[in-house]
Write a protein that binds this ligand. Structure first.
Ligand SMILES: C[S@@+](CC[C@H](N)C(=O)[O-])C[C@H]1O[C@@H](n2cnc3c(N)ncnc32)[C@H](O)[C@@H]1O
Length: 255
């Protein structure tokens, strides 16, 4: 635990030394994307009103160990909202990516309470999302009903059990957001399972790339793979695309 914290501090300082402002970007594709990501025009009032309500909801939620059933530990909706969900700025950034690449299909690994899913659903034609905890999945489903979103399909169960079949069924993916099971070997495996189905100008977002030494090593290895042209490290998450129209480059950017 202490080692993870030391790692995150060191890795943040290293990122700070490499980071550039979004204004220094030359690629028109990336510059335009960053403008969308920074704009609050994509903020959704109904989703943010729901987030504010959930922050104060003390309903208990059983946690699940994906290998061995319920651990018996109880979390609360409020705890999950405060500590597990992508913050507003980053959820909005996912919506901006979906809009920028005109995503027909988006896939999220790690639904949680479904708020980032909702942002994706407002800007992609169809969204698939995967969640291993059935108690959380039920809450997410209720939230999409409240928000009147009809274009979300959820696969409930461990990623490892259904990812292959799901991506095969979807066929062509524009945007994938990997936000669960933050282990380096899992990240590499999910990216290699998804990559054959990613459209040539599609995007994969990997969350928590500096969370642990192990995750950072996996992210670094992905960045060294020449199949990815543009690689962007936003510290909390990283973006990969094979888009052949873009100059191969790696960047650390603050937005
Ligand atoms: C960080 S949260 C996702 C947050 C969500 N993407 C958002 O931005 O609001 C990760 C979720 O992934 C689920 N999860 C983690 N590992 C999993 C696995 N191996 N299989 C299925 N679900 C998993 C957890 O139950 C949790 O709800």
């Amino acid at each position: 635990m202490k080692n993870d914290w030391l790692h995150r501090i060191a890795s943040y300082l290293k990122w700070r030394l490499q980071v550039k402002s979004w204004r220094t970007v030359h690629s028109p594709w990336l510059f335009k994307l960053l403008q969308h990501m920074r704009s609050d025009a994509l903020e959704s009032e109904p989703i943010e009103a729901l987030r504010a309500k959930l922050r104060n909801d003390s309903t208990p939620v059983p946690t699940v160990d994906f290998g061995a059933g319920s651990t018996g530990t109880i979390n609360t909706v409020s705890g999950i909202t405060r500590h597990s969900l992508k913050r507003k700025k980053h959820a909005r950034a996912m919506a901006a990516i979906a809009m920028h690449i005109k995503a027909q299909s988006a896939l999220e690994l790690g639904t949680s309470l479904g708020l980032t899913t909702a942002y994706l659903a407002e800007h992609a034609s169809q969204v698939w999302t995967m969640e291993g905890n059935p108690h959380i999945a039920e809450l997410a489903s209720n939230h999409w009903n409240q928000l009147d979103l009809q274009n979300i399909q959820m696969a409930i169960g461990p990623f490892d059990a259904s990812l292959n079949k799901l991506v095969e069924g979807i066929g062509a993916l524009d945007l994938v957001f990997i936000d669960g099971n933050h282990r380096g070997d899992a990240l590499r495996k999910y990216v290699s399972q998804i990559e054959p189905y990613l459209r040539k100008d599609g995007v994969i977002v990997c969350d928590d790339i500096h969370w642990s030494k192990d995750m950072e090593l996996a992210w670094n290895a992905l960045c060294l793979d020449p199949k990815w042209t543009l690689k962007v490290d936003f510290y909390e998450w990283g973006l990969l695309t094979k888009n052949p129209g873009l100059k191969p480059e790696f960047r650390c950017i603050r937005f």
